[in-house]
Design a protein. Structure first.
Length: 571
């Protein structure tokens, strides 16, 4: 009997211990922030869902709702009384506006107190009264009474929105957040239109956009940030155009500051979420990154290039950021986080930063050489890391280098377009870029079986083959044509046309022969397109400018290509 009692006591003690452990774990979970307790599977799982204000409003009975509306109208009546006293001269403009601002802020304080007591309906209507008084008051203080300068007006808007959204965040009043944000956007648009100043209000919009972005991260209010980001991007784009105008009230330095601020705060917030919190990039971050790069980085480069203000430091900083993004993408995201979507994102941002920064700092010839060097480095890194993304970047760098050095003109001429003469001279930098392009093509084509066997993985190698083949053909004709054009202009034109046909036929046969190797299927992709282009060139150029003697050679060469090239390719 005593043994049975002792066993029962031990089991009861074990249950008490387990119950205590469960209570400690529940208490620990309740003390954790909502984002940590929800997990890290995605943005929707980051935060604890918050109750919508509409649900709170639906819970009000008719009498209570009418009471709240009536109370709000009484509050607005007090605001109009203050305005009447100010307009009549009873209060000086500064005194009347100050009392009005204090009156508006009183109701956001009341909203916070009501929300803390669980009276969400009352808090929402108090906050609505604050918004309906505060934003029109700031508008009139700036436009009508001229009491605030445009800088002070933007600062007052920032402070008022910060206080209002702080209460919205604290009490999680989603509906009031929408009302406050849309009112802020409307007021800012009116102020920019009426005052003619954009820069200070654009700064305010950037700060508002980042605030709503973090509301989406923390409170899961993911829709609120879209309209703010759209208006902000439009304001910064307008500021870029105004920054180059001599009649604008916004200076180029102010435009550059706002554009850099937009980039820094938005991309910095994205980096904080994806790198430090270890989350995947989401559609809004991708869309806003593209917009920020276009209106922020692109606008800054446009203003700096047009006005010469801050071009060198901005270009150096942008280039350094590009190298840093590549380092983050390869060393951290790829090797530690192993999140492919984030790797593609940071690599794409790095590509844009690197090319833009180098373009702002270097002259065209040096830019072509630098981009060619980047292409070689990216190709080597893609071979080491077996990265399709870096293979694509090496091709982008190579084409950009060809455009900057003037080689791209010879590529188009070598591929049969445009059909005009005289042949342009070969720039020395273009030859260096062509040599680098050949090296990149060799690296990509030789490593074509590494990352993937799919045709998509071979596209960068194919593009480099097009670039190098066109470049070699164009440069060859540019070197040989001067030695053959010693006769009349008509004879010289026919000789050069036949020379172009001969070079294109030789290149087609060489590519068809190379396509027989299992390691170079990309060469075969180019054979038939090159035969078509040669035929069009033969039809529109050779027939137009060639003599019978040169046409004989052109006919024979093109016929030989049509017979031999398909056979070589099939073998």
């Amino acid at each position: 009997m005593e043994d049975r009692l002792s066993r029962i006591e031990s089991q009861l003690q074990s249950l008490r211990d387990q119950s205590g452990e469960l209570e400690r774990r529940i208490a620990a979970l309740e003390e954790r922030p909502p984002a940590e307790a929800a997990g890290a599977t995605g943005e929707a799982a980051e935060e604890t869902p918050v109750p919508d204000l509409a649900a709170t409003a639906r819970g009000l009975d008719t009498g209570t709702a009418l009471t709240f509306i009536g109370r709000t109208l009484v509050v607005l009546a007090g605001a109009y009384l203050l305005r009447a006293l100010t307009e009549s001269g009873t209060f000086a403009p500064g005194v009347g506006l100050s009392i009005g601002a204090a009156y508006a802020l009183t109701w956001i304080v009341m909203a916070d107190r009501a929300g803390a007591r669980g009276r969400r309906g009352s808090a929402a209507f108090h906050g609505l009264a604050c918004v309906l008084i505060g934003f029109p008051l700031l508008l009139e203080a700036t436009v009508r009474f001229k009491f605030l300068s445009h800088e002070a007006s933007a600062a007052a808007l920032t402070g008022f929105a910060a206080i209002s959204l702080g209460v919205v965040w604290r009490q999680q009043l989603k509906g009031l957040g929408w009302v406050t944000t849309l009112s802020a956007l409307f007021t800012t648009a009116v102020l920019m239109t009426l005052t003619g100043h954009v820069a200070p209000y654009a700064i305010y919009l950037v700060l508002l956009g980042v605030a709503t972005l973090w509301m989406g991260y923390v409170l899961d209010w993911v829709t609120l940030r879209w309209p703010v980001a759209l208006v902000t991007d439009l304001a910064v784009a307008v500021l870029a155009l105004r920054g180059i105008s001599t009649r604008s009230l916004d200076s180029p330095s102010a435009a550059l500051f706002v554009q850099v601020l937009l980039l820094a705060l938005y991309l910095g917030s994205f980096a904080a979420r994806t790198l430090f919190r270890g989350r995947d990039i989401i559609p809004f971050e991708i869309a806003q990154s593209v917009a920020a790069l276009v209106v922020g980085l692109g606008g800054a480069a446009f203003v700096a290039r047009w006005t010469g203000v801050g071009a060198l430091p901005l270009g150096i900083a942008t280039f350094v950021l590009g190298i840093g993004c590549y380092a983050v993408a390869i060393a951290f995201v790829e090797r530690r986080q192993r999140r492919r979507r984030n790797f593609h994102f940071y690599a794409a941002v790095a590509l844009v930063f690197t090319m833009t920064g180098a373009g702002m700092v270097l002259p065209m010839t040096a830019l072509g050489l630098a981009l060619a060097a980047f292409a070689v480095i990216a190709a080597g890194a893609s071979r080491t890391l077996t990265s399709l993304t870096l293979r694509s970047h090496s091709a982008v760098f190579a084409f950009a280098a060809a455009a900057a050095s003037g080689l791209l003109d010879h590529v188009s001429h070598g591929l049969g377009l445009p059909m005009e003469q005289p042949w342009p001279p070969v720039p020395l930098g273009g030859l260096a870029v062509l040599a680098a392009s050949i090296l990149v093509a060799w690296v990509l084509l030789a490593g074509g079986t590494g990352p993937s066997q799919s045709p998509f993985a071979r596209v960068p190698g194919f593009l480099m083959l097009v670039l190098t083949a066109g470049g070699v053909m164009g440069v060859s004709v540019a070197w040989i044509a001067p030695a053959l054009g010693n006769g009349s202009a008509a004879e010289a034109a026919g000789v050069v046309a036949t020379l172009r046909t001969a070079v294109m036929v030789i290149a087609t046969l060489a590519l068809a022969r190379a396509a027989r190797s299992p390691r170079l299927p990309e060469a075969g992709w180019l054979v038939y397109p090159l035969l078509v282009v040669t035929g069009l060139k033969f039809l529109f150029e050779d027939f137009r400018v060639s003599r019978p003697a040169t046409l004989f050679a052109a006919f024979a060469l093109y016929g030989l290509a049509l017979i031999v090239a398909p056979r070589l390719r099939r073998r």
